[in-house]
Design a binder for this molecule. Structure first.
Ligand SMILES: Nc1nc2c(ncn2[C@@H]2O[C@H](COP(=O)(O)OP(=O)(O)OP(=O)(O)O)[C@@H](O)[C@H]2O)c(=O)[nH]1
Ligand SMILES: [Mg+2]
Length: 468
């Protein structure tokens, strides 16, 4: 085995070799196609962490002539260690054997073998021939059963046969595999050869550390997004001639548009961190993330429920219970009516989520002939934004790189508000962060944003470990 561990992904055409490789290496540049024979030449896909290559996978063409190759190998009289080289030498000029020669090439360099089969179809003699060829090469090898359909009837037959030929067997679905399943597969590669253990231990550790560090970066991206988005403030001068309502509407719309853009930018950062560079990882049609940030549906499903909001102190405890005529308080005015202390009082009058999630309450005031929008007054916006980023994160990490069936996107984005299950401690961190943004007191800002980033990091780790 070379200094950087190398594994050739081999098998019959169209079984999902390239898909498995793409998912394992988190590389969406791998060519995948429903037409057999897509991969024509071997191609190395290195996996680098912090600029250092730690493992490499080789995509290979499928077996072209397994039966004839096996026959040749069985009648070969030379030494075992020369078998692959001798086969290649004898067939290099025969176009019919181009793919067979090509796929064996990496084994000459000492690559390990990952044999991929589609376990949703029955076992054939051809498969047995391929397994026997791989056994004769003497290279360390494992088998991956990549069930393209959910058909499992043939699974036990495959497993039975595999036990005769491979040191390790794993079920791995290249289209649905999560981060945890990728790690588990790498772990099981260790079992194929004792000599591989120390180096693969390092690879697995590096993969785990890299994942943690990416989660930390996401926490930072989201914290910065919230800091900028919620701390936003703009003002314009007004004179007695100014159409105040029109000016307010304009300021408000500008803010909404600004926030939408900022949100998309943060999502793009997350997407690129998880190496979805080429394909647009589409959201399922039914995803709540398809809804506009300020749509009623978004605010109905995401963010905190009323008791959580009270727990978070979002309403200001003292005001709860007060009875105020909300029309008089100015809610009927429309988009901008929340002015500081009125929030709590009005909340009790409107009751429940209806008021608590009133997305109009973004904060706007008129002072010294200056009309100002922001910073945001409604803390629910913080939780809606958080939930949307967490949902996006979950969608991205669970979209495996080998997956190309965009038309039938899985409904990985359930309508679920992550923050609604957060405990008092985490909610307090959010409240403090939000309060500091309101006051714009620089001194405490750093510690508050660090605390929020920490809470987020924890939430991301939890989502990473959940099933998709
Ligand atoms: N539904 C589903 N489709 C899969 C899965 N794995 C692969 N496919 C599809 O099967 C087809 C073949 O996949 P590839 O990864 O290109 O197969 P390959 O073994 O590299 O094929 P060749 O390069 O032609 O030998 C593609 O259309 C994939 O999208 C899977 O787990 N589930
Ligand atoms: Mg291929």
């Amino acid at each position: 085995m070379p200094a950087v561990p190398e594994f050739a992904v081999v098998g019959h055409p169209n079984e999902g070799k390239s898909s498995v490789l793409s998912t394992l290496a988190e590389d969406d540049s791998v060519r995948i196609s429903p037409i057999p024979g897509e991969t024509k030449e071997c191609q190395i896909f290195p996996v680098s962490i912090d600029g250092r290559e730690i493992i490499r996978f080789v995509d290979t063409p499928g077996f072209q002539n397994p039966q004839k190759t096996l026959q040749w190998m069985q009648s070969y009289k030379g030494g075992d260690e020369m078998l692959i080289q001798a086969f290649i030498d004898a067939h290099r000029d025969k176009p019919d054997f181009h793919d067979d020669c090509s796929l064996l090439q990496p084994l000459l360099r000492g690559a390990g073998i990952i044999f991929v089969v589609d376990g949703s179809r029955p076992l054939r003699n051809m498969d047995k021939a391929e397994m026997e060829i791989l056994r004769l090469t003497g290279c360390p090898r494992m088998a991956i059963i990549n069930c393209k359909d959910d058909e499992m009837a043939w699974l036990s037959k495959w497993q039975q046969e595999f036990r005769k030929h491979f040191n390790s067997i794993r079920l791995f679905n290249s289209c649905k595999a999560t981060y945890g399943e990728r790690i588990a597969l790498l772990e099981s590669l260790k079992a194929i050869d004792q000599d591989l253990q120390p180096v693969l231990d390092k690879v697995v550790t590096a993969f785990k550390e890299d994942w943690r560090s990416r989660n930390k970066q996401v926490a930072e991206f989201v914290t910065s997004f919230l800091e900028i988005g919620l701390g936003y403030s703009r003002s314009v001068s007004v004179s007695p001639e100014t159409d105040e309502v029109a000016a307010k509407v304009r300021l408000h719309n500008e803010y909404e548009e600004y926030l939408r853009k900022l949100e998309r930018k943060c999502q793009a950062q997350i997407r690129s961190l998880y190496k979805h560079n080429i394909f647009n990882v589409e959201l399922p049609a039914q995803s709540i993330l398809q809804e506009d940030l300020f749509s009623d549906k978004t605010w109905e499903f995401l963010g905190l429920n009323s008791s959580q909001l009270i727990l978070a102190g979002a309403l200001g405890g003292a005001a709860v219970g007060a009875s105020v005529d909300i029309a008089a308080a100015g809610l009927s005015f429309g988009i901008f009516s929340a002015i500081g202390g009125l929030v709590g009082a009005a909340g009790t009058a409107l009751k429940g989520k209806e008021f608590l999630s009133d997305k109009r309450l973004l904060g706007m005031r008129l002072q010294n002939e200056q009309l100002q929008v922001g910073p945001v007054k409604n803390m629910q916006l913080l939780f809606v934004l958080l939930d949307r980023q967490l949902l996006f994160y979950r969608h991205i990490i669970n979209w495996s790189h080998g997956r190309r069936d965009y038309a039938s996107a899985l409904s990985s984005s359930k309508k679920k508000a992550f923050t609604a299950s957060w405990g008092k401690g985490d909610l307090d961190v959010c409240t403090r962060f939000f309060t500091i943004l309101q006051k714009n007191t620089l001194a405490e800002k750093q510690s508050c944003r660090d605390a929020l980033s920490g809470v987020l990091g924890k939430a991301l780790e939890k989502i990473s470990c959940e099933d998709a």
